[in-house]
Design a protein around this ligand. Structure first.
Ligand SMILES: [Zn+2]
Length: 253
C-alpha cells in the first residue's frame, strides 16, 4: 500500500469512526438521563424535557440536528442544552482518537466499550454526585476479560494495577477525603490498565485539583465530583498509559 492510499484510507475510516462515535454519544445522552431515573432505555421515544413533544426522526441526527434547529425545540422553541451535542462530539472525538492510536486491533474494541462507560459515569456524577455501580462493574469485567485476551502485560500486572492506587484511595475515602465510588472506579480501571493506572491517576488528580481550586474560588463550595477527572485520566491511561510507562522505565535506565 502506498503512502497516499494509506492516507486516503485513514481519512475515510476516520470520518466513519467519528460519525459512529457521535451516534453512540447520542445514545449515551439517553443512558445518562434515564438510568438514574430508572426509566427504560428502549421503551419511550426521546421527547423535549420542557413541552414533552416527541422528537421527530429527522431531528435525531447527532450534532447536525441541534445546529440546524438553532439549539431550540421545534415545537415549543425552548432552548435544548448544548450538553447533548457536547456528549455527541465527545463520543466522536474519543472514538477518533482511539482509532488513530490503535487502528484495527483488539485495543480499539476495548476503547469503544470503555469510553462510552467513562462518558456516562462522568455526566451522571456531575448530575447526581454519584458514580453508578454498573459503570465500575462493567469496567472491572472488561479488565478481567483483558487478562485473557490482550497480551501486552503479564497477568499479575493487572492485579497490581487494581490495587496500587485504589488502596491509598481507600484510605483517603475512609478519612472522608474521597467518595467510595471513586475508589471502586480506580480499582476497576486498574485491573484493565495495569501500571497504566498510575499515570491515569496522576492526570485525574492534577486536572481535578486545578478544577477544585478554581471551583472553590468561584463558588466558595469545596464539594465537587471527581469522576469526570478520573475518567479523563483513565482515557489517557488507556490511550497512552503503556507508552508513558515505557518512557518512564527508559528514564530509569
Ligand atoms: Zn419543546
Amino acid at each position: 500500500m502506498t503512502d497516499e492510499v494509506f492516507l486516503a484510507y485513514t481519512i475515510i475510516f476516520s470520518v466513519f469512526v467519528f460519525i459512529f462515535g457521535t451516534v453512540i454519544g447520542s445514545f449515551l445522552n439517553v443512558v445518562i438521563y434515564r438510568t438514574p431515573r430508572h426509566e427504560s432505555l428502549i421503551r419511550g421515544r426521546s421527547h423535549c424535557t420542557t413541552c414533552g413533544a416527541q422528537i421527530k426522526n429527522r431531528d435525531l441526527i447527532p450534532v447536525i440536528s441541534w445546529i440546524f434547529l438553532g439549539g431550540k425545540c421545534r415545537n415549543c422553541k425552548s432552548r435544548i442544552s448544548a450538553r447533548y451535542t457536547v456528549v455527541e462530539l465527545l463520543g466522536g472525538a474519543l472514538y477518533l482518537l482511539a482509532f488513530l492510536r490503535f487502528r484495527f486491533s483488539l485495543e480499539l474494541i476495548y476503547c469503544f466499550i470503555l469510553f462510552p462507560i467513562l462518558i456516562c459515569l462522568s455526566f451522571i456524577d456531575i448530575d447526581h454526585m454519584e458514580i453508578p455501580y454498573w459503570c465500575s462493574i462493567s469496567i472491572a469485567v472488561l479488565g478481567l476479560i483483558s487478562i485473557f485476551t490482550v497480551n501486552n502485560m503479564p497477568w499479575y500486572e493487572h492485579l497490581i494495577g487494581a490495587a496500587v492506587i485504589s488502596v491509598p484511595f481507600a484510605v483517603l475515602a475512609f478519612l472522608g477525603a474521597m467518595g467510595g465510588g471513586d475508589v471502586q472506579l480506580i480499582a476497576a480501571a486498574g485491573l484493565l490498565l495495569g501500571w497504566g493506572i498510575v499515570p491515569a491517576a496522576l492526570v485525574g488528580i492534577l486536572t481535578g485539583a486545578v478544577y477544585g481550586v478554581v471551583h472553590k474560588a468561584v463558588t466558595k463550595n469545596s464539594e465537587m465530583c471527581f469522576g469526570p477527572f478520573l475518567s479523563i485520566g483513565i482515557a489517557v491511561g488507556m490511550l497512552w498509559g503503556q507508552d508513558i510507562i515505557q518512557w518512564y522505565v527508559g528514564l530509569l535506565g
